[in-house]
Design a binder for this molecule. Sequence first.
Ligand SMILES: Cc1cc2nc3c(=O)[nH]c(=O)nc-3n(C[C@H](O)[C@H](O)[C@H](O)COP(=O)(O)O)c2cc1C
Length: 181
Amino acid sequence: MSIKLLGIAGSLREKSTNKGLLRAARASLPEGVSMEIADLGDIPFYNADIADKPTSVSRVLAQLAAADALVLACTEYNYSMAPALKNILDWASREPDNALLAGKAVAIMGAGGGMGTSRAQYHLRQVCVFLDLQPLNKPEVFANAFAGAFDADGNLTDERLGKLVKDQMQALADKVARLRR
Ligand SMILES: Cc1cc2nc3c(=O)[nH]c(=O)nc-3n(C[C@H](O)[C@H](O)[C@H](O)COP(=O)(O)O)c2cc1C
Protein backbone atom coordinates (compact mmCIF):
# COMPACT_ATOMS: atom_id res chain seq x y z
CA MET A 1 0.00 0.00 0.00
CA SER A 2 1.33 3.45 -0.92
CA ILE A 3 0.30 6.57 1.02
CA LYS A 4 1.32 10.11 0.11
CA LEU A 5 1.31 12.75 2.85
CA LEU A 6 1.61 16.51 2.64
CA GLY A 7 3.05 18.31 5.65
CA ILE A 8 2.13 21.95 6.23
CA ALA A 9 3.51 24.15 9.02
CA GLY A 10 1.90 27.36 10.20
CA SER A 11 5.25 29.03 10.79
CA LEU A 12 7.20 30.55 7.91
CA ARG A 13 10.52 31.05 9.66
CA GLU A 14 13.50 29.03 8.55
CA LYS A 15 14.41 27.58 11.95
CA SER A 16 10.81 26.87 12.88
CA THR A 17 10.25 24.14 15.46
CA ASN A 18 6.96 23.28 13.76
CA LYS A 19 8.84 22.65 10.52
CA GLY A 20 11.20 20.57 12.69
CA LEU A 21 8.24 18.46 13.86
CA LEU A 22 7.31 17.84 10.21
CA ARG A 23 10.88 16.78 9.40
CA ALA A 24 10.79 14.41 12.39
CA ALA A 25 7.52 12.98 11.08
CA ARG A 26 8.99 12.52 7.60
CA ALA A 27 11.98 10.72 9.09
CA SER A 28 9.79 8.22 10.97
CA LEU A 29 7.19 7.16 8.44
CA PRO A 30 5.94 3.58 8.22
CA GLU A 31 6.85 1.53 5.16
CA GLY A 32 5.01 2.57 2.00
CA VAL A 33 4.32 6.09 3.28
CA SER A 34 6.02 9.17 1.78
CA MET A 35 5.76 12.83 2.67
CA GLU A 36 6.32 16.17 0.98
CA ILE A 37 6.54 19.38 2.98
CA ALA A 38 4.78 22.43 1.57
CA ASP A 39 6.48 25.82 1.35
CA LEU A 40 4.06 28.60 2.27
CA GLY A 41 6.63 31.42 2.12
CA ASP A 42 5.30 32.89 -1.14
CA ILE A 43 1.56 32.30 -0.68
CA PRO A 44 -0.46 35.55 -0.73
CA PHE A 45 -3.50 36.10 1.44
CA TYR A 46 -6.66 34.72 -0.08
CA ASN A 47 -8.53 37.44 -1.94
CA ALA A 48 -11.60 36.70 -4.03
CA ASP A 49 -10.61 39.54 -6.36
CA ILE A 50 -7.54 37.61 -7.55
CA ALA A 51 -8.93 36.11 -10.74
CA ASP A 52 -5.85 34.18 -11.86
CA LYS A 53 -4.49 31.92 -9.20
CA PRO A 54 -0.84 32.77 -8.42
CA THR A 55 1.69 30.08 -9.41
CA SER A 56 2.68 29.65 -5.77
CA VAL A 57 -0.90 28.83 -4.79
CA SER A 58 -1.34 26.43 -7.72
CA ARG A 59 1.86 24.66 -6.63
CA VAL A 60 0.59 23.93 -3.12
CA LEU A 61 -2.93 23.09 -4.33
CA ALA A 62 -1.37 20.52 -6.67
CA GLN A 63 0.51 19.04 -3.71
CA LEU A 64 -2.77 18.90 -1.79
CA ALA A 65 -4.49 17.19 -4.71
CA ALA A 66 -1.78 14.53 -4.83
CA ALA A 67 -1.86 13.88 -1.08
CA ASP A 68 -3.87 11.06 0.49
CA ALA A 69 -3.64 12.70 3.91
CA LEU A 70 -2.26 15.80 5.62
CA VAL A 71 0.09 16.46 8.51
CA LEU A 72 -0.57 19.91 9.95
CA ALA A 73 2.00 21.46 12.29
CA CYS A 74 -0.19 24.01 14.03
CA THR A 75 1.95 26.94 15.13
CA GLU A 76 0.05 28.92 17.81
CA TYR A 77 -0.15 32.71 17.57
CA ASN A 78 -2.21 34.50 20.20
CA TYR A 79 -4.11 31.38 21.24
CA SER A 80 -5.09 30.35 17.71
CA MET A 81 -3.56 28.88 14.57
CA ALA A 82 -1.02 31.00 12.72
CA PRO A 83 -2.52 32.78 9.69
CA ALA A 84 -0.30 31.07 7.09
CA LEU A 85 -1.90 27.72 7.90
CA LYS A 86 -5.46 29.03 7.92
CA ASN A 87 -4.76 30.91 4.69
CA ILE A 88 -3.72 27.86 2.68
CA LEU A 89 -6.78 25.99 3.98
CA ASP A 90 -8.89 28.97 2.85
CA TRP A 91 -7.36 28.85 -0.65
CA ALA A 92 -7.89 25.09 -0.87
CA SER A 93 -11.48 25.33 0.34
CA ARG A 94 -12.45 27.41 -2.71
CA GLU A 95 -11.82 24.56 -5.15
CA PRO A 96 -14.98 23.02 -6.64
CA ASP A 97 -16.72 20.54 -4.31
CA ASN A 98 -13.97 21.05 -1.72
CA ALA A 99 -12.30 18.21 -3.63
CA LEU A 100 -8.79 18.86 -2.26
CA LEU A 101 -9.81 18.43 1.36
CA ALA A 102 -13.09 16.58 1.77
CA GLY A 103 -12.72 13.24 3.50
CA LYS A 104 -8.94 13.40 3.86
CA ALA A 105 -7.32 12.17 7.06
CA VAL A 106 -5.27 14.68 9.02
CA ALA A 107 -2.67 14.40 11.76
CA ILE A 108 -2.29 17.52 13.89
CA MET A 109 0.86 18.39 15.86
CA GLY A 110 2.42 21.56 17.14
CA ALA A 111 5.29 23.19 19.00
CA GLY A 112 4.89 26.36 21.03
CA GLY A 113 4.72 27.61 24.61
CA GLY A 114 3.87 25.55 27.68
CA MET A 115 0.47 24.47 26.39
CA GLY A 116 2.11 22.92 23.31
CA THR A 117 -0.26 24.72 20.89
CA SER A 118 -3.23 22.81 22.30
CA ARG A 119 -5.51 25.86 22.14
CA ALA A 120 -4.68 26.46 18.48
CA GLN A 121 -5.01 22.76 17.69
CA TYR A 122 -8.56 22.70 19.04
CA HIS A 123 -9.41 25.72 16.89
CA LEU A 124 -7.96 23.87 13.92
CA ARG A 125 -10.13 20.86 14.75
CA GLN A 126 -13.17 23.16 14.58
CA VAL A 127 -12.09 24.31 11.10
CA CYS A 128 -11.72 20.66 10.09
CA VAL A 129 -15.43 20.16 10.77
CA PHE A 130 -16.50 22.60 8.07
CA LEU A 131 -13.81 21.45 5.64
CA ASP A 132 -14.87 17.82 6.14
CA LEU A 133 -11.31 16.86 7.01
CA GLN A 134 -10.94 13.75 9.18
CA PRO A 135 -8.56 14.53 12.05
CA LEU A 136 -6.93 11.76 14.00
CA ASN A 137 -8.04 11.88 17.65
CA LYS A 138 -5.00 10.18 19.17
CA PRO A 139 -2.14 10.40 19.80
CA GLU A 140 -2.11 14.17 20.23
CA VAL A 141 1.29 15.85 19.82
CA PHE A 142 1.81 18.92 22.02
CA ALA A 143 5.47 19.99 22.05
CA ASN A 144 7.10 22.69 24.16
CA ALA A 145 9.41 24.64 21.84
CA PHE A 146 11.28 26.27 24.74
CA ALA A 147 12.25 23.33 26.95
CA GLY A 148 15.26 21.83 25.16
CA ALA A 149 13.35 19.47 22.86
CA PHE A 150 14.65 21.22 19.70
CA ASP A 151 18.11 22.33 18.63
CA ALA A 152 18.93 25.85 17.40
CA ASP A 153 17.92 24.93 13.84
CA GLY A 154 14.48 23.73 14.91
CA ASN A 155 15.28 20.01 14.67
CA LEU A 156 13.47 17.79 17.16
CA THR A 157 16.00 16.17 19.50
CA ASP A 158 13.70 14.86 22.25
CA GLU A 159 13.32 11.08 22.18
CA ARG A 160 9.92 10.92 23.87
CA LEU A 161 8.42 13.43 21.43
CA GLY A 162 10.13 11.65 18.54
CA LYS A 163 8.43 8.40 19.54
CA LEU A 164 5.09 10.21 19.88
CA VAL A 165 5.44 11.68 16.38
CA LYS A 166 6.34 8.26 15.02
CA ASP A 167 3.30 6.70 16.72
CA GLN A 168 1.10 9.44 15.26
CA MET A 169 2.39 8.73 11.74
CA GLN A 170 1.57 5.04 12.22
CA ALA A 171 -1.92 5.94 13.46
CA LEU A 172 -2.39 8.21 10.43
CA ALA A 173 -1.35 5.44 8.03
CA ASP A 174 -3.79 3.08 9.78
CA LYS A 175 -6.58 5.63 9.46
CA VAL A 176 -5.92 6.15 5.74
CA ALA A 177 -6.06 2.39 5.28
CA ARG A 178 -9.39 2.22 7.17
CA LEU A 179 -10.85 5.08 5.10
CA ARG A 180 -9.89 3.26 1.89
CA ARG A 181 -11.83 0.14 2.81
C1 LIG B 1 2.65 36.79 17.17
C2 LIG B 1 3.01 35.65 18.05
C3 LIG B 1 2.06 35.17 18.95
C4 LIG B 1 2.36 34.06 19.75
N1 LIG B 1 1.38 33.55 20.56
C5 LIG B 1 1.59 32.36 21.17
C6 LIG B 1 0.52 31.69 21.84
O1 LIG B 1 -0.59 32.16 21.91
N2 LIG B 1 0.78 30.50 22.39
C7 LIG B 1 2.02 29.91 22.31
O2 LIG B 1 2.20 28.79 22.80
N3 LIG B 1 3.05 30.53 21.71
C8 LIG B 1 2.86 31.73 21.14
N4 LIG B 1 3.88 32.35 20.47
C9 LIG B 1 5.22 31.75 20.53
C10 LIG B 1 5.37 30.72 19.44
O3 LIG B 1 4.74 29.52 19.84
C11 LIG B 1 6.85 30.46 19.21
O4 LIG B 1 7.39 31.62 18.61
C12 LIG B 1 7.08 29.24 18.38
O5 LIG B 1 8.45 28.94 18.41
C13 LIG B 1 6.59 29.46 16.98
O6 LIG B 1 6.73 28.29 16.21
P1 LIG B 1 8.00 28.06 15.24
O7 LIG B 1 9.16 27.67 16.11
O8 LIG B 1 7.53 26.92 14.41
O9 LIG B 1 8.25 29.32 14.48
C14 LIG B 1 3.64 33.47 19.69
C15 LIG B 1 4.59 33.99 18.81
C16 LIG B 1 4.29 35.05 18.01
C17 LIG B 1 5.33 35.55 17.03
